[in-house]
Design a protein around this ligand. Structure first.
Ligand code: ADP
Length: 270
């Protein structure tokens, strides 16, 4: 393409400039390849629920005089359309985040609020499995960023902890901080992640066990959303896991020390 041509002609001026240009093109090409890959994967992933819903609609149509069958098929249609809307929702979320651009207007985000909403989001699934989600650790912490994104990230970690734990288990969401960073940890005693797969779980659509996956209804996008939220906030996400024993995911974000919160602002009336 034309950009490569420019690279060659600039060569005599100085090697540093040339190198910079070449690197730029490499990055562009890589981004383009990732984008093409993503579109191909999304198309593939969308076909499954769409195809299922179509077949089930036909089945409902053909079974019109069998009320039991109609009930069964439409319940499955509901499950498949839920999966479809979750997938669409997450694809939209991910495409907004994909550039890893720093946020335009970061605002103070209260971690207590984030965790409250994130825990509520998983409450129905947790209750259905008899799993309790408990919170512990430091309160009144703040980061600078986008509250919706941070909440989505924490909610994804909690949803995973719930869906990869056995019924009756406990999931712990804890917080701590130093002067620099806030760390949110989501700890489960679930199935864990095999050591040789742990590097791959943040990739889009990667699942350790695609068969199990169908039953949990996950999209394979949750952790890549978490990773991108961490990146746009200048933070990181880490994982420790032992297969069969459980996993700990931590989201570490730069701390925001507000000047007017906490016990200092409390008025004590004697
Ligand atoms: P999914 O929608 O499949 O949960 P994610 O991107 O959130 O997609 O996670 C990718 C894969 O990582 C999951 O399919 C699962 O195999 C594994 N995983 C994520 N969180 C956990 C966890 N807390 N315990 C065990 N495995 C996990």
């Amino acid at each position: 393409g034309p950009a490569r041509h420019v690279t060659v002609r600039v060569a005599p001026i100085g090697s540093r400039l040339v190198l910079a240009l070449v690197e730029d093109r490499t990055r562009e090409r890589r981004v383009e390849a990732v984008r093409r890959d993503f579109v191909a994967n999304v198309s593939h992933e969308l076909k499954t629920p769409v195809g299922a819903i179509r077949l089930l609609a036909e089945a409902v149509h053909d079974a019109a005089d069998d009320p039991e069958a109609v009930k069964r098929f439409s319940a499955r249609m509901l499950t498949e359309s839920d999966r479809l809307s979750r997938l669409v929702q997450q694809v939209i979320e991910l495409s907004r985040l994909q550039g890893d651009e720093p946020l335009d207007t970061p605002l103070p985000v209260h971690i207590d609020d984030v965790i409250g909403v994130a825990v509520d989001t998983s409450a129905i699934d947790a209750d259905a499995k008899g799993i309790s989600v408990v919170t512990s650790g430091a309160r009144d912490l703040e980061v600078l960023g986008n509250e919706e994104q941070v909440t989505a990230a924490v909610a994804n970690l909690i949803a995973n902890a719930v869906s990869y734990s056995d019924p009756g288990a406990t999931v712990v969401v804890s917080t701590k901080a130093d002067d620099q960073v806030v760390t949110i940890a989501v700890v489960d005693q679930g199935i864990g992640i095999p050591a040789d797969e742990i590097d791959r779980i943040f990739e889009r659509f990667y699942r350790v066990d695609p068969a199990r996956h169908r039953s949990t209804g996950g999209t394979g996008l949750g952790l890549s959303i978490v990773k991108h939220v961490a990146a746009t906030h200048g933070g990181e996400v880490d994982v420790w896991s032992v297969e069969g024993q459980g996993s700990t995911f931590t989201l570490t974000l730069p701390r925001h020390l507000s000047t007017h919160s906490g016990p200092m602002s409390t008025t004590i009336i004697q």
